[in-house]
Write a protein that binds this ligand. Structure first.
Ligand code: NAP
Length: 276
């Protein structure tokens, strides 16, 4: 590789589990572009220094993942509106004059996956139930409200966390208990943004009370791909969308900025990432 090959990467601690290098590597090959995308293991104490040095070494930008999403936002020279609303960054682009712009593409990735997996889905069809109030839930909440969902029932184990989000996102968000009677009654959309059902994190035991056939259920978890939550929803007659596409779609805006071409999310890409 010559010195002017565009570089990008993903920063986290740990980073070995990240599928982003497979994702971006696939797109670089599929589009026949020069470039490289690498995993970077960086501790929080070193993040500011690393982000200052990377553009000097040819990096156009980086993704940031756990636990750096909030810290990266606080270090940014420019912040997109949606990253500010979500309170975390996952896509950083270095600026010609120094510093970087922080964006958050988790919400657009979530929505692109939902629309691709359920083309008939309409935001205005009815309330959404959002299980979880962590970092990913915050991006999903922003995307659902931005799309025009009339009400989001937000249910989280730690109620105070859900209440803090409702405070920020306004009156279309109502806080419920995870086991509230009728939590899912009349809901058009139900989203699992908890870690319940993740490989190694135990099963999914929430009652989903009132969930009706005809609702659309989607999980953010993609390992396993067919989660206990999706199975429970299907058993009640719901259509389901798995979480892998969110990971794939959230990567596309960064790739386009850094490598200069908009990539596609295809079945072959899904298979390549699953096989990795
Ligand atoms: P996080 O900030 O750690 O939040 C975890 C959430 O799960 C919190 O709401 C937490 O509730 C809840 N939770 C954990 N254990 C629970 C239990 N035993 N019972 C009930 N609730 C429980 O994590 P995150 O970053 O938001 O990620 C959430 C999930 O989304 C993860 O599985 C992650 O892999 C997935 N994700 C997927 C994508 C994608 O591209 N598909 C992107 C981002 C995240 P408390 O507030 O009470 O702790």
């Amino acid at each position: 590789m010559s010195g002017d090959v565009p570089l990008a990467g993903v920063i986290g601690d740990p980073i070995g589990h990240s599928r982003s290098p497979v994702l971006h590597g696939y797109w670089l090959r599929a589009l026949g572009l020069r470039g490289a995308y690498v995993p970077l293991h960086v501790r929080a104490d070193d993040l500011a220094q690393v982000l200052e040095a990377l553009p000097k070494a040819g990096f156009r930008g980086v993704n940031v993942t756990v636990p750096h999403k909030e810290l990266a936002l606080s270090l940014a020279a420019e912040v997109t509106e949606r990253a500010r609303r979500i309170g975390a960054a996952n896509t950083l682009t270095f600026l010609p004059g120094g510093g970087f712009e922080a964006d958050n593409t988790d919400g657009v990735g979530f929505m692109a996956n939902l629309r691709a997996g359920a083309p008939g889905w309409r935001p205005e069809a009815g309330p959404a139930v959002l299980l979880g109030a962590g970092g990913a839930a915050r991006a999903v909440l922003d995307a659902l409200l931005d799309a025009g969902v009339p009400e989001v029932r937000l249910a989280n184990r730690t109620r105070a966390r859900a209440e803090a989000l409702a405070e920020v996102f306004g009156p279309r968000v109502t806080v419920r208990a995870l086991d509230a009677p009728g939590l899912c009654a009349g809901a058009a959309t139900v989203v699992n943004a908890t870690t319940l059902g993740m490989d190694g994190a135990g099963g999914f035991s929430l009652p989903l009370d009132g969930l009706e056939a005809g609702a659309l259920a989607t999980d953010l978890i993609y390992a396993p791909l067919d989660t206990p939550f999706l199975q429970a929803a299907r058993a009640r007659g719901c259509a389901t969308v798995d979480g892998l596409g969110m990971l794939l779609h959230q990567g596309a805006p960064g790739f386009a900025r850094w490598f200069g071409a908009m990539p596609e999310v295809t079945e072959a890409l899904r298979e390549a990432v699953l096989a990795a």
